[in-house]
Design a protein around this ligand. Sequence first.
Ligand SMILES: Cc1ncc(COP(=O)(O)O)c(C=O)c1O
Length: 379
Amino acid sequence: MIAKPLLQKLAKKHGSPLFVIDHDELRKNYRQFRKYLPRVQVYFAVKANSDPAIVRTLFKEGSSFDVASMPEFMIVHENIKNLPAKQRQDWIWDKIIYANPTKPVETLEELNQYKPLVTFDNFEEINKIKRHAPNAGLVLRLQVPNTGAMVELSSKFGAAPGEAVDMILAADKAGLVVEGISFHVGSQTTNFQNYVQALSLTAGIFKEAQDRGYTKMNLVDIGGGFPAPYDATVRPFRELAKVINTEVERLFPKNIQILAEPGRFLVASAGYAVSKVIGKAVRGGKKCYYINDGVYHTYSGVIFDHCKYPIKAFKKGPTEICSVFGPTCDALDVVSMAENLPDLERDDFVYSENIGAYSHASATYFNGFPPATVVHVNQ
Ligand SMILES: Cc1ncc(COP(=O)(O)O)c(C=O)c1O
């Protein structure tokens, strides 16, 4: 947790908009995950925040990685390039999963030399992998309920449970090896039953595959979705971990490797945004503040991640409901229509906490405004 005076000091020193990443918090989140889910290997979902310094810190903690594009793969690869070739190859096989079920042919061709594990969820992808990345190991992405998740993924990804074993057998027939099954219960899942149902569906597919003669699966990837503590309604992680542990122990023997791809859980609480008021107006009797960060930049999660980030002032004083707008000329650039803020002046700083995931990662240069400057603390 970064104290308010330090945030202000950093903004004075480096200017704004500023995006601050606290590496102590990254380590704390990683260790908490490992403590409560000791059987589960962490594959950090790089997409949540692909800053190389985050990858380095989690790498040192012992994390593995989930990547979704060739550039993300190379960010992780950069950390291991000094390992001897054989060790590097083992590391890639064991510690990176390319978890984007649909991959461009060019990517498969480039990936093939690294012999990675990749996910798939349709027959067309099997043909592509066979032709362009025959060295890859496969993991079937299963469609599972995403009920109540903040970000729904099941309409875009996942083989229907009824088709899953047919797909596994088709991959086998094509000479590929399916190592296991993955799923994603939806991002920021506060409905723990999603994990229970997904694990039960996965166990069913394991059994059916075995009954139909396929016995090579040895891993279950329980995906992401672990909720960040955005507010008091999010129940403690240890409660979710207890539910998952019980189901995993009940359904999967010890020789089945369990992995997970947490993104948000590891990085959300490690990120802070600091911006400043660049203008103010009164519209319909309501105060409107214009700040130098917005939804095309660090607050991109307002649009893409369906997430809200309360705006807080460093200044004290009586508050009223205000609007907060970003700096671009697009009317979509609305950070919030209802923030409780004291009377602010031009150049006053404001900040948001818990903004480390899916924020700076999807910032653009729209209107010529560059993404916020990044500062790392406790690295
Ligand atoms: C395949 C996959 N794995 C992991 C994640 C990370 O999810 P979360 O940030 O909810 O943990 C995502 C997010 O979209 C994903 O698509």
